[in-house]
Ligand binder design. Structure first.
Ligand code: SR1
Ligand code: MG
Length: 401
């Protein structure tokens, strides 16, 4: 029977599958699809009705990654992603696309189209300002991660959830691309701007203190099931729009989600704010200097306020929801939040570094056309990334000031 065992859908399969598994369209004759995904891992299609433009999204996981077929990757990641999205639909319904149908056999998810929102990375690279963005993201992280911790859920239920969201294949990708390849150059995967190659190799491959710190972060990423995290919360996983003068966001693509350190998500967001800042400084996107100054001022404040709002919302959540009498202690709560922020600075450093030297780049760096500017930006970000890893407490004090 059609769609009863997994294969990668193509052409009419995509239309027929969505038509048959949703009660959304009246007939499939007028349906068309386009591939809209530009992610590295899965296939994402928009299926829409000619004329009315009514639309849904289909996301399918294949047995390999989309960008680099490189060994088997279990398509069961789709069921896990659907589970995470459903949780988001409960904990943060306005912040996530609604899941309409999830199919573990075809490794497919049919979901609401968030087509009125735009990719945050592209918007930031166009120099657009979104007041309140960092507050919404901090709220999303608190609302989706803290309820899943020991403190929010209790230890036994947390263990069951951590088991359900165990995600070894995709965590292995992060272990390699974020925590190993940039410092060890193994498998020849790193990609350098030739003008920076020697400088970066010296900086990343030859500093044993730096490598020791990254090793500790890798160990923490692997062995600290603190709460359910998104696992790949860069600005391409965040969609944004302004409605009635208010910023609204949707978070997508939690295929890397697992039980890990909450600081990893917070640090990733911070890093991608820094990439947006770097691109604004070193590209020529602004037609006037005032607009550039406004953008840079806004993003500078957004970096600080991301951490500030995280603290405020986390404390509110924990004071209200902790039941365990040992955890119900304000000194402990403040310390728990502070540790997340310190680690967020460190993970921000590993994210900055890996996008400079590693194989998965970011367009805020590769999109800088003036080579002298790209040389400078890469070096500036690498200096910042390494300082964050080596001295996160000191950098955090600077961010707060
Ligand atoms: C092969 S996957 C490369 C990167 O894309 C994803 O979005 C993650 O950031 C991963 O590290
Ligand atoms: Mg993704």
């Amino acid at each position: 029977m059609r769609f009863s065992s997994h294969y990668k859908m193509e052409g009419d399969d995509i239309i027929d599958y969505v038509f048959e598994h949703s009660n959304f369209f009246d007939a499939n004759e007028n349906l068309v699809y386009e591939e809209i995904g530009d992610g590295n891992i899965n296939y994402v299609y928009r299926i829409f009705e000619k004329g009315t433009k009514k639309s849904l999204i289909l996301k399918q996981a294949d047995v390999q990654t989309r960008v680099r077929p490189d060994g088997y990757l279990n398509p069961d990641r789709s069921a896990r992603e659907a589970g995470v999205l459903k949780l988001y639909n409960e904990c943060a319904p306005d912040f996530s696309p609604k899941v309409i149908y999830a199919d573990p056999v075809m490794a497919a998810i049919i979901m609401e189209d968030i087509g009125s929102y735009s990719n945050l990375r592209k918007e930031l690279m166009a120099g657009k300002i979104f007041y309140g963005l960092e507050k919404l993201i901090a709220g999303f992280i608190v609302d989706t991660s803290l309820p899943s911790t020991d403190l929010g859920l209790g230890y036994q239920k947390k263990c069951q959830a951590a088991f359900k969201f165990y995600n070894p294949d995709l965590c292995k990708i992060t272990q390699d691309l974020v925590f190993t390849h940039p410092y060890k150059g193994v498998r020849g995967r790193n990609i350098f701007l030739p003008e920076n190659a020697d400088w970066l190799k010296k900086k990343f491959y030859e500093d044993s203190k730096l490598i020791a710190k990254v090793a500790a972060l890798k160990e923490k990423f692997n062995n600290y099931p603190q709460g359910l995290i998104h696992g790949d919360l860069h600005s391409g996983s965040i969609f944004v729009k302004i409605e009635n003068e208010k910023t609204k966001i949707k978070i997508i693509d939690p295929e890397f989600a697992f039980y890990g350190p909450i600081a990893y998500d917070l640090g990733n967001v911070l890093a991608h704010f820094i990439f947006a800042e770097g691109y604004a400084k070193y590209s020529f996107i602004f037609d006037d200097e005032n607009k550039k100054a406004s953008f840079l001022l806004w993003i500078e404040n957004a970096k600080k306020d991301l951490l500030k709002f995280f603290s405020i919302f986390a404390k509110e959540f924990l004071i209200k929801n902790i039941k365990d009498p040992m955890y119900k202690n304000e000194i402990f709560i403040d310390d728990y939040i502070e540790k997340i922020k310190i680690d967020a600075v460190s993970f921000c450093g590993t994210e900055l570094n890996r996008r400079i030297i590693g194989s998965a780049k970011t367009p805020e760096i590769t999109g800088i056309k003036q080579i002298e500017n790209r040389i400078l930006l890469e070096r500036e970000l690498a200096e910042a990334g390494c300082a964050m890893i080596l001295n996160p407490e000191e950098i955090l004090r600077g961010i707060k000031a």
